[in-house]
Write a protein that binds this ligand. Sequence first.
Ligand code: XMP
Length: 509
Amino acid sequence: MQKNVLILDFGSQYTQLIARRVRELNIYCEIHPFNKLPEDLSVFKAAILSGSPFSCRNPEAPKPDLTKIKGKIPLLGVCFGAQFMAHNYGGKVDSSNTREFGRANLSFIKDGELFFKNILEQSQVWMSHSDSIKDLPEHFTRIASTADVLNAAYKIDGEDTYGIQFHPEVYHSTDGAQLLENFLVKIAQVPQSWTPSAFVDMTVSELKEKIGTDKVILGLSGGVDSTVAATLLHKAIGKNLHCIFVNNGLLRKNEFDSVLDQYKDMGLNVKGVDATDRFMDALKGISDPEKKRKAIGNSFIEVFDDESSLVEDATFLAQGTIYPDVIESISVNGPSATIKSHHNVGGLPDFMKLKVVEPLRMLFKDEVRRVGAEMGIDQKLLGRHPFPGPGLAIRILGDITLEKVRVLQEVDAIFIDALREWHLYDKVWQAGAILLPVDSVGVMGDERTYEKVVALRAVESTDGMTADWVDLPHKFLQKVSNQIINRVKGVNRVVYDISSKPPATIEWE
Ligand code: XMP
């Protein structure tokens, strides 16, 4: 793996964003906690120090050891990173008495600085700090200011070490990408060779070497990550990759057959296992959402264990883990509450004793999609909305029966098909229908009816952590509602969920 850029994390909420912006320049980078430096630093061509929730004046603040980096390779301190260096090398950092949050404009840029090449005075930058560098140490030269922040950027004389008090990784810093490019490409001369096709070539050869002629088992879910992971492995080891796709009976309408066919068309060695009865038995009479998740998780493990034991001599288990999960678990702050236990439904028990292989563990979600597209995976599959592991079970409030699943599958299919027909599918991050445990009164002909209510939910989001409801056209909602009530027996009322997350969540359970 090409190493190239080291990002030292001091716990800022923006650290991942720095990495994404660097990758968008087709430059490979890795995030490491400031207190766990990689042993071999010689592989890195440049380093970036992230921001931090700490003030560098706080005795508890992170104190990185920069001796092996500063002055040896080009170094950029962002916000806390810049303030730390100024503070540590004899300057003065103090709490700022003017507002230094939000938009500002560069009012001064030192002439002839490669660091600001193609960036003009008045360029908008994004500030977010309550400390400010009041005095620069000796041998530090101011290279940019804003109206309120005199030392907005500096350079250390005789070194390629820079500090900036604004955030180039945030979109509101309009020339942020240009600035990172100036630093990484023009100054540090890092090659822009991190492309999806380079990643595929490199990963396939690494997988070949690591796995050899051994057998690998992988659980496909129909989602993007497991599909891309399987395709990479298939390229590397062909039929020695044994994929298992389990029907838990809680998938969307026709999903099991159509996705299975699609996998077969892709040449994957995949076995479809219809375990609907096993899951339904395990779920019988259970209404509590967490108990449902547990029942489904346990049944999955049982089915997967049974099936994988049929693959003789398998030594590896492949998983579609992606970079945000990895960063989260190794971050300065340690694994946070944002990793929810319920998202690990596919997690496997230790007793399986297989070595783990995770070909996507260094990729962000959008990179996974680009790698998938590079390998020719169908756009329709790559662009699919996220779908929860426990499937429709957490969209049927209360206990689960086959009949309720059937009703919800019909409703969901009408909604999702209509989103596609109206070209709204790709504008929505996730959508689905929820079957409510409510009987509502209605009239059909001369008769009163008591039938079920369904809620439709469509949200926009980037990562599922926050979300807002989508303002779908009223004509669209009207049409979908009519179709559902006319076609799906047992439903006489449709409502649309207009709650944002937080405080609501995306799923109802
Ligand atoms: P919430 O409801 O927490 O959902 O706002 C955020 C994202 O996570 C998905 N989700 C799950 N995914 N197992 C999963 O694999 C689950 O138990 C689960 N619960 C929620 C949800 O669909 C959304 O994308």
